[in-house]
Design a protein around this ligand. Structure first.
Ligand SMILES: [Zn+2]
Length: 312
């Protein structure tokens, strides 16, 4: 199916609007570049499909069929109508070519731009849209933290906020000053410096207290400089303990989410919630998620550890 670019762009706009103006979030423009959102989760994106690129990759299948001189009606027809006796390399579409044919040709040019030449296509025994799409998107570095942020034991909404926070994309006062929305970035919760992500999660006394309560519950304690090093530490310390690692990831993601909610009610509604209440809320969220995952196979000692979490 060939879709005009304008329609593809509209589909993209709808996805984007949904992502940034849904219940989780309300702000325009989006906090993270759309191009980054389209990166795979392992590469720090959300794995949204870049519809324009995907469409070109889909059209590439026709280009491949022509390059392979596949014995089918369509290729024969293309040869009799357009290519005549020319090879793909020596042909160029004329102005009166059909819209469809021009689109396919455009796709061919796009593929060449990323190194997928006709000669290269001829070496492929089959055509994979997915593989071509990956090539078009380009290689990007895999980020270690993505596994922690998107761990399936975490609540999706928490992962999403963690994903924003680790990229410094939550709308802290520091960011709002950068945007020119605010003039003063002083943390209104404690007055102790600029409200940055690191201040909110690692300097702010309130968070420190919540962290203490949650970490002592999980039986592991340590202070971190930032979110990334917290995840790194978890990966190192718990590399052999899969279940604990998953629960810890879930805890970090839950803390990021809950502290951000607490911060919002303090900043916007002037409502304060006690630290132990927030910690309890975090424990409850983690336990209810664990409860849903009960049936999964675990080692006996892991099962014991999880049981112990319910006894507090
Ligand atoms: Zn503060």
């Amino acid at each position: 199916m060939v879709l005009p670019k304008t329609i593809l762009k509209q589909v993209e706009a709808i996805c984007r609007a949904f992502l940034w103006t849904g219940q989780w979030f309300s702000s325009t423009p989006g906090n993270v570049k759309w191009e980054s959102v389209c990166k795979g989760k392992k590469e720090g994106g959300l794995g949204f499909r870049d519809t324009v690129k995907w469409n070109i990759a889909t059209l590439g299948k026709h280009v491949w069929a022509m390059a392979m001189e596949k014995d089918n009606l369509w290729v024969k027809w293309i040869h009799s109508v357009y290519l005549k006796n020319k090879t793909l390399e020596h042909y160029h579409p004329t102005i009166d070519s059909s819209w469809y044919w021009k689109k396919i040709w455009e796709a061919k040019m796009e593929l060449e731009r990323v190194g997928i030449t006709t000669a290269k296509l001829r070496t492929w025994t089959h055509y994979s849209v997915k593989r071509v799409y990956q090539i078009m998107k380009g290689e990007t570095e895999q980020l270690q933290w993505s596994r922690n942020v998107w761990d399936r034991w975490s609540i999706l909404k928490h992962s999403f906020f963690s994903w924003l926070a680790i990229q410094d994309r939550l709308k802290t006062k520091e960011r709002l000053v950068q945007y020119g929305v605010l003039q003063d970035d002083t943390c209104s919760l404690c007055g102790g410096g600029a409200e940055t992500i690191n201040h909110l999660y690692f300097d702010f006394q309130y968070t420190q207290r919540v962290l203490e309560l949650v970490t002592s519950w999980l039986g592991l304690g340590r202070t971190y400089r930032d979110l990334e090093s917290a995840f790194k530490w978890i990966n190192r310390r718990l590399s052999q303990q899969k279940v604990k690692k998953k629960v810890w990831n879930a805890a970090v993601n839950a803390i990021v989410y809950c502290i951000w909610q607490v911060r919002n009610s303090m900043v916007w509604k002037n409502q304060k919630q006690q630290e132990d209440h927030t910690a309890k809320q975090i424990k409850f969220l983690i336990l209810s998620r664990l409860n849903k995952l009960r049936g999964r196979k675990k080692k006996p000692n892991e099962e014991c550890w999880i049981d112990s979490l319910y006894n507090v």
